[in-house]
Design a protein around this ligand. Structure first.
Ligand SMILES: [Zn+2]
Length: 168
């Protein structure tokens, strides 16, 4: 059962070289435009860790200790891949918006550091961006360089943590 939303300007394509699938723009998208809303079931970390490995990779953290887990592995909004040089960012906790104008044919990506602060979904990254971190970890959100590049595009709970760290 699909519970999320994907803009009709986007489409999911098979991309085995990217781990299964990827989302591409069919039409150009303006800056700040809504791209996707994640749906699913709200679960705790213990519940996430009880999921099969591939399903863990499709969860997104939405608050301190809370995650959104898909009800369906074919959920289109969950097919958006990570990039260390993304064109999309998070608005609130469950919405993905364009950080800049996106041309037709471009892949839609966001940086998983914008939402994730847990260690269960760490992976080696080969996104090819000059800014590629090589390894994406659950503590990347703490990098001040990312605070500058993604200001306003972190999940609300992380933006709150960052504001506290900035005051120190
Ligand atoms: Zn990368």
């Amino acid at each position: 059962m699909t519970t999320g939303y994907l803009s009709p300007k986007l489409e999911v394509r098979r991309a085995p070289e990217k781990g299964g699938s990827a989302v591409y723009a069919l039409k150009s998208v303006k800056q700040h435009e809504l791209l996707a809303v994640w749906g699913g079931q709200v679960v705790t970390l213990d519940q996430v860790l009880a999921l099969p490995r591939d399903e863990q990779g499709h969860t997104i953290q939405i608050y301190e200790g809370l995650y959104l887990a898909p009800l369906d592995m074919e959920e289109p909004a969950d097919c958006v891949n990570h990039s260390c040089n993304p064109n999309a960012g998070i608005h609130g906790q469950i919405s993905l918006v364009a950080m800049r104008e996106i041309a037709a044919g471009e892949e839609i990506t966001f940086d998983y550091a914008m939402a994730d602060s847990s260690s269960f979904d760490e992976f080696d990254c080969a996104c090819g961006a000059p800014t590629c971190r090589g390894r994406v970890s659950g503590s990347d959100w703490m990098l001040p360089e990312l605070w500058r590049r993604y200001d306003g595009y972190f999940s609300t709970y992380l933006q709150q943590r960052i504001e506290l760290l900035r005051k120190k």
